[in-house]
Every structure is written in structure tokens, then in C-alpha cells.
Unconditional design. Sequence first.
Length: 302
Amino acid sequence: GKEIVIANAIIAILTIGGQQLFSFFTFSCPCHVGQNLIYGLAFLGVPALILLVVGYALNNQTWRLVTGKRSPLEEATTPNRLLQCKLICFVLCSITGRALVAPVTWLAVTLINGSYYVCAMSEYVSVHYYGANPNATASERRTILAAFPCSQLVPPELTRARDEVILLLRYQSQVAGWLLIAVVVITVFLSYCLASCFSPLSFLHFRYWSSYVHNEQELFDEATDQHSRLYAMQHVRKFFGFVPGSENVKEIRIPSLREWQAISGLAFLKRVDEEHYDYSLLHDWALKESVNGKYLKTDEDP
């Protein structure tokens, strides 16, 4: 939908801005044989890999797909394995498509910029671009070529050869960047076409379904927040003797040391039967203990 397009556009713009700042403040080619390639590829690939992982991690569908999959209850409620596998593949493709927006943008922008590629590949340019001292050994040529990204290290008589090498490498990098963009755009377009062709819904029905899913999720999130708040409020009221935020509180409950110890500590979930969990130590305490203990009137002097 429109929200996805806008979100992807924002991610791409932020990635472009981050790449420009990252290059300006951090990139400095070592101009040394054997180090240029590693350094250039690291700046090309490592940020793209990090952005890909972040893209997966920030997508709620990723956690919906993996959370609780080892639960016996989950395995018992999966009647059709083939259908489940198809659905998982579809969701994975959707998640991957969203996650690839930032790393592909990074790679495309850095290739069009050309600095990383020039640094990485300078020492591997064909020997005929080296215009001086034809008697130099291959090792000496690579050493000089590796220094070409750093203009201050190049002798004056090799300035023209350096300019030719830099132009050649920038040409190769920018062509690769535009080819990457073209391949991605065509792939995305064909993917949407194929998804539309195999969709069981008509165009307007699909738009209605998309709107329904969006509204259902919003309403579910609102209900989840309100339901969990009301449920937690019952347990907090039992422990402290009043409802948070209420006016004219007549009395408060004074928890005992044993009760403080019962709700303190580390706990995640406690299964109480086949269908229910206790969500916290306070939740567990509230369901087990009876309402008693010491109370203090708030309108009396302590």
C-alpha cells in the first residue's frame, strides 16, 4: 500500500544521507597493495550487511514468523504442512523485499559515487593504462597503481595515467550502480505483476482486504493496550490496595516483606495450565494469594 511505499522511500532517503556522511567522515583509502581491496569491499559490503540484518530485525513479520514456532501447541495446530510452507515462503519473500531496500540503496549509491570501487580495484587495472617506465616489474606496477586513489602519492609524470585510471574505474563503478538499480526496479515490477496475476482477489477486493487488515491491526493494538492495562490494574490494585490514578483514595495496603520478595526477581512466563500463563511475578502472586494484610487509612496521621 501507500504506507509501504512511503516507508521504503524514507528508508532509501535516510540511507543515502547516511552514506554521504559516512563517506565524508570515515572513508580514507590506504593506497597500499593488498589493503585497498579489503578496505574498499569492507566499506561496500559490511554496512550493506548490517542494514540487511537491521531490516529483518525491525520488521514485525520476522518476529511473528519465528516466535513460538518450537511450542508443542504451535505444532499441534498446524494441520496442513504444505500450505504452511507456502505461507512461510511468501512471508519470507515479503520480509526480504522490505529488508533489501536499505542495503540495495547503499550499494547503488556507493557504486555511483565510485570512491570505494576506485580504492578497491585500482591495483588491478590492466597494465597498458600504466604509461611510464615499461621496464618496471609487475609488483612495482601494482604498488604504483595502488597509490593512484591518493593523488598526493603519485609522481607528477604519472598524473595523466592516474587520471585515466580513475576515470576508467569510476565509469565501471557507475555503470555497475545503474545496472543494479535497473535490475532491482525490473525485479520489483515483475514480482508485483506475478503476485497480482496469481492473486485470488480482484483489484477492488484486494484494496478492501488491504484496508481491512490495516484497520484490524490498528484496532487490535488499541484493544491489546487497553485490555492488558485493565488486567494489570487488577493485580496492582490487589497488591497496593488502590487503583493508580484514582482520586479520594481512602486507604492503602502495606505489602509485607514476604510479598515484596515474591514479586521481586527475574521471571518471564510461568505456565499454569494447557491454555494459560502467568505473565509476571506480580501476576502469579495476585492469582495465588488472598486479599489480606495491613491497611493504612490515608486520612489518618501515620
